[in-house]
Structure formats: C-alpha cells, structure tokens
Design a protein around this ligand. Structure first.
Ligand SMILES: Nc1ncnc2c1ncn2[C@@H]1O[C@H](COP(=O)(O)OP(=O)(O)OP(=O)(O)O)[C@@H](O)[C@H]1O
Length: 452
C-alpha cells in the first residue's frame, strides 16, 4: 500500500484532513502545490490522490485540471468550492475519479476514499494478473505456479545440451509440450521434431517405422523406406509412451542411444543419425523396471535428465490462468467467465489435467450464449461440458449476466477470497493476513458477499 497523496495548500485543511485519514488507517503524504504533488507522486506513486484544483502558484483551476493525467493510473478525487459544480464535471471529464465539495464532509470523504482505494487495489490486482498471464505463457507452457516456473527454467538449462531427457507426469499435463519447448529452445530448433507414439504403433511395425527398411525385407516392403530416426536427422525424436515399447525394440533403442547407430530392417550394414532423444510416459517407469517389463539399462540411458510435469491439483492457481488462455484461443469474439464459472473452475478437481480443462473450456465456450457484448461462459456451461450437468438454457437472458468492469473486479475479488479461504481451511485470521486485510475488514466483506 502506498497510501494517499493529499495535495492542498491550506495548512489547516492539510492538518485536519490528514489526521482524519490517518485515523482511518491510511498512510498520508501532503503536498502544498501542484509541482510538489507531481514530484511526490513521481518519487513514490500513491493509491489515491486528493487534489485541490486551485493551488499556488496560479490558483487557477484550469492548471489544476491539467495536473490530473500526471497521477495516472491512481484515481484522482478533486476538491472544489461549493459553487463549482461545472468545474467538478469538467474534472471528471479530464479523468478524475470523483469530486468532493469544500468544506469537505468527513463521512463523505471516508466513503469516497474507501471506494477509490478499493478500486485502485482491484485495478492493480487485475493488471498484475494480466501481466502474469502474459509472461506465464512463455515457451508455449502456460502457468505462473512455482512448479511451472521451475519446469521452464529447467527446460532453458537442459535444452542447449545433448542429454537425453525423460519427461514424467500424469496424462494431459503437457509432456508433449515440454518436448516441443526443449526442441525449440535447443540449437536443433531449425531441424525436425519427430513425435512417435510408441503405444499406438503395432510392435511388429515399430522397428521399421523407427529405423526404416529395405525393399523386399518383408511382405509389403515394396520400396526402401527411411525410418523416423532418419527423418529426425539433426533434430529431436520424441518417443511418447516409452513405457509401451516392446522388449526387442528396447534393445535396439539402447544401442542407438549408446552410439547413434541403428540397422534398418533388412539392411546388412548399420547407419548412424544425429538425433536427440526425448522420451515421455505417464506410467511409473521405475515400477516397470522392477517388474522386468522395462530394461533397467535403457531406463538409465533415457533419464539423462528427468523433467516432471505436475498435475493440475498441485498447482490450483494455474487453473484460472489456463482457462482464460484456452477461452481466448477458442473464440475470436470477446469472451469471459461469470464469477460462478470462475468459482466452479477453481473448486473442481481435474483428473484429466490440462487436457480436460482445455476440452471443457472449448466445449463450454461453444455452448455459451452469444450477445452483442460477446460470449459469457457460466458454471452451467462448464458443468455440462464435463458431463456433470444438464444442457444449460442457452436462451437465458444474457443481460442477467454481469457485464461491467465493476462486476468483473467484484468477481475477481470474490474469487481471491474464496481461494484464500480454501487454502487456510476457512481460518479468518489467516485468510485476512494472506489478503492483506484486517480481520474485521474480511468479515465485513464476507457478510457483504454472503460468504459467511
Ligand atoms: N502448460 C500448458 N500450457 C498450455 N497448454 C497446455 C499446457 N499443458 C498442457 N496443455 C494442453 O493440454 C493438452 C495435453 O497436453 P499434452 O498432450 O502435452 O499432455 P501429455 O502429458 O503429453 O499427455 P499424455 O500423457 O496423455 O500424452 C494439449 O492440448 C496441450 O496443448
């Protein structure tokens, strides 16, 4: 909190108003003229500026009006003489947030200041969230949570090396995206990235798919055919579902990993390829080694570096960010979630992880009603999309759904509070501390929002 900047040239007003605001718990700085106010704000921005329009040296309200933009993005409340109604309106036109007539009624001052401070706080939070959403999409892997940041950092470090990488994590957590990010951040970026879904290719075909074959080497081999290893020359081979690789192929892959050599089916002489291997599985590969279905020597070769993609329930804070990203990608029109939808997204478990979340958002955005102001996705649309509800009434009056910035900010505030309550097991003291509120302040908000 950087407090209130009180710009007024009357010492008595400075003293009394300053004391009143401090008594309400605000930090107050005082400036006696326009230049001093601008300098104080430039040195340390304020959450709110209370600005007398007729200050020295000019005592000219027009000069006061010209000051307003200097305090952006903080809201400015102008103080005018009682008869200056036209001037007050001009100030609003010039970007002021509100106005107060002098002599200032202390109760009115309290209300106006509280509203302006609240708005400043929410606008700041919204800006932070938007900034986070921007930087957090780095490398195609969205997520602002600590595990996702750590994952991106590891990718950055490992990408330039030749080390094989084993990506482990539950289904739908972005293992293929990690392989892509590794490839794109490596010196191999201009060369091919070739994905192979080991579990989807019949065992008897996998060898020829990977290493190629010579004409006549088996029935149906009517011509020489290069394998995916050759296609990936200079680039990266992504072996997805490596745990499904048949035992005979495991030996051949081990040899390729050891010295880069392989034998196309039907060939007498080996070939070589310069390919980086990134493998992935959602299975417990160590358990497969233990039960003998996966070669231990191959396991150790593959895990030059192990990267783990965390399940969504280990990073609940990423749900809203990912949902917003998928909504933006799903539709060209302006689209938003209702506060209920945000709560629903945050409260649900996502066993299918990011893939499930993405599918839910895409489906819900297609179902949600369209209005002149865009698409508003509600909790019902999402519940239906994941098969947990009946088809929502798409004819529901969209005018009933919140539209304004004010409502969006209120929804965001509510979401933050609900999430903090959940994190702290509904402990009001801890929740208030986490949100930077007094306990009483929190309780008042809970009452106002009907959350008690
Ligand atoms: N961090 C992320 N940012 C953006 N999109 C993501 C992220 N993680 C996953 N996705 C999206 O989720 C879906 C599943 O991702 P991906 O296929 O990489 O998962 P996976 O872990 O390889 O799954 P599986 O084990 O089932 O193969 C894709 O549509 C992908 O674009």
């Amino acid at each position: 909190m950087s407090g209130i900047l009180l710009a007024d040239d009357e010492p008595a007003f400075q003293r009394l108003t300053g004391a009143w605001l401090r008594g309400l718990g605000h930090e107050v700085r005082v400036a006696g003229d326009g230049d001093a106010a601008k300098a104080a704000f430039a040195e340390k921005p304020a959450d709110l500026v209370l600005l007398d329009l007729a200050m020295p040296p000019h005592h000219d309200p027009e000069a006061g009006l010209a000051l307003i933009p200097a305090f952006a993005p903080a809201p400015v409340v102008v103080m005018t003489g009682h008869a200056d109604h036209a001037l007050a309106l001009k100030a609003i036109d010039a970007g002021a947030w509100d106005f107060l007539a002098k002599p200032v009624d202390p109760d009115l001052l309290r209300v106006v200041v509280a509203r302006a401070m609240e708005r400043a706080r929410l606008a700041r939070e919204l800006a932070e969230l938007k900034a986070q959403a921007g930087t957090a999409e780095d490398m195609g892997l969205a997520g602002a949570s600590a595990p996702m940041q750590a994952l991106r950092e590891l990718i950055r470090r490992v990408a330039p090396t030749r080390l094989p990488v084993l990506v482990l994590g539950p289904s739908g957590t972005g293992k293929e995206l990690v392989a892509r990010a590794l490839h794109e951040a490596s010196p191999r970026a201009g060369k091919p990235l070739v994905p192979v879904h080991c579990g989807a290719i019949p065992a008897e075909l996998l060898e020829s798919e990977l290493f190629g074959h010579l004409k006549g080497s088996f029935t149906g081999a009517v011509a020489d055919r290069p394998g995916l290893v050759e296609t990936a020359e200079g680039g990266t081979l992504f072996l997805d579902e490596i745990g499904e690789m048949p035992a005979v192929m495991q030996v051949k892959l081990l040899r390729f990993l050891a010295d880069g050599s392989y034998q196309p089916v039907g060939a007498r002489t080996p070939k070589t390829a310069d390919v980086r291997i990134v493998a992935a599985t959602h299975r417990d590969l160590a358990a497969r080694v233990a039960d003998g279905s996966f070669r231990e020597d191959l396991f150790y070769r593959l895990k030059g570096v192990v990267l783990r993609t965390p399940p969504l329930d280990e990073r609940p804070g990423d749900v809203a960010l990912l949902a917003a990203l998928f909504l933006r990608r799903a539709t060209d029109a302006a689209a938003r979630f209702t506060p209920e939808a945000m709560r629903w997204l945050a409260s649900r478990n996502w066993p299918g992880n990011v893939r499930e979340l993405r599918a839910a958002v895409e489906c819900a955005s297609a179902l949600a009603p369209r209005s002149a102001t865009g698409i508003l996705v509600d909790a019902d649309d999402l519940a239906f999309a994941v098969g947990e509800g009946s088809l929502p009434n798409s004819g529901a009056p969209s005018a009933m759904r919140p539209q304004s910035l004010e409502e969006e900010l209120a929804a965001l505030e509510r979401l933050r509070i609900v999430q903090a309550l959940e994190r702290t097991g509904h402990n009001h003291t801890h929740t208030a501390r986490e949100l930077g509120l007094s306990r009483v302040g929190l309780l008042k908000k809970l009452d106002r929002m009907g959350l008690r």
